[in-house]
Design a protein around this ligand. Structure first.
Ligand code: NAP
Length: 277
């Protein structure tokens, strides 16, 4: 739960925000904060097992939330999802393109399917969702799109060819759509998070089970804490709230003159990478 004290209560009252991948990790943190600030949040992803508990949690905290099932790789299903949100709520003010697929894989043996899948979720999904909401935002005089990128493609990141290529494309898309849609009042920005220990990221730091099948969780904590000390100048891992705060700033009136920007929120990690690794 984010400390919303820096944002005015009711800042986003009456607004509707669609957050892809909003049921888990960073997307859920973003949904939680936008709902706390008064927006109705629509969580959009494939699995009810991710969406339903997330909606319930936001409602239990007093927020307004709903879920729609969608696979962002499929342009027709994305259009149907966006149309259904529009017909139910009458508007879409904010889109957060957060859904992504990520896993480490050596490029030499990365299957065509795995490559295609990540490019389609990250890059195609971002484009399809943006394209589907644009006419709705345009008709209502404007809107805000936030794309969740990363920093790993700034210098390259072994075994992440698919994700780094997709996110580089998302950065380019952010700038191009910002230019193209500025005359319609649609602001398009991106956020490049540093390491946030969501479930998927933690797995990379989890040691294999010992001979009795027990995982040493202290070893995981030690590995994570060592990484923070070694590689993150601000000395700690990020949280979904760190990213959510930047989303809230960008979609608020404080961001009114910001478009086509890629905001790095990473504790200084990518700048220090050359020195720390
Ligand atoms: P996560 O918890 O694994 O979230 C990914 C989300 O995407 C899930 O909710 C998943 O929901 C959804 N998704 C996957 N495939 C989809 C599809 N085909 N259609 C619709 N939704 C789909 O990951 P995370 O760590 O929070 O990452 C969120 C974003 O931050 C991603 O864009 C990631 O690249 C970026 N990022 C994360 C970090 C980090 O350290 N965690 C760092 C830099 C950037 P379903 O399974 O229900 O579809």
């Amino acid at each position: 739960m984010t400390d919303t004290a820096v944002f005015r209560p009711g800042l986003l009252a009456g607004q509707v925000a669609v957050i892809t991948g909003g049921g888990t990790g960073i997307g859920f943190g973003i949904a939680e904060l936008l709902a706390q600030l008064g927006a109705h949040v629509v969580l959009a992803s494939r699995k009810p097992a991710h969406l339903d508990p997330a909606v319930e949690k936001i409602r239990n905290a007093g927020g307004s939330a709903s879920a729609v099932a969608v696979d962002v790789r499929d342009a027709d299903r994305v259009k149907t999802m966006v149309d259904s949100v529009q017909s139910e709520h009458g508007r879409i003010d904010i889109l957060v393109n957060n859904a992504a697929g990520n896993f480490y894989a050596p490029s030499e043996t990365l299957s065509a399917n795995a490559w295609k899948s990540v490019i389609e979720i990250d890059l195609y999904g971002t484009f399809f969702c943006s394209q589907a909401v644009a006419p709705i935002m345009r008709q209502s005089g404007g809107g805000r799109i936030i794309n969740i990128s990363m920093t790993l493609h700034y210098r390259g990141w072994p075994q992440m060819a698919h994700a780094t290529a997709a996110k580089a494309g998302i950065d380019a898309l952010t700038r191009t759509l910002a230019m193209e849609w500025a005359p319609h009042g649609i602001r398009v920005n991106a956020i490049a998070p540093g390491p946030i220990p969501t479930e998927g990221v933690r797995k990379a730091f989890t040691p294999p089970p010992n001979s009795e099948g027990v995982v040493d969780l202290f070893a995981e904590e030690r590995a994570m804490s060592a990484y923070a000390k070694r590689a993150i100048p601000l000395g700690r891992w990020g949280s979904p709230a760190d990213i959510a705060n930047m989303v809230a700033f960008l979609v608020s009136p404080a961001g009114d003159w910001i478009t086509g920007s890629i905001m790095v929120v990473d504790g200084g990690e990518w700048l220090s990478r050359g020195q720390s690794n």
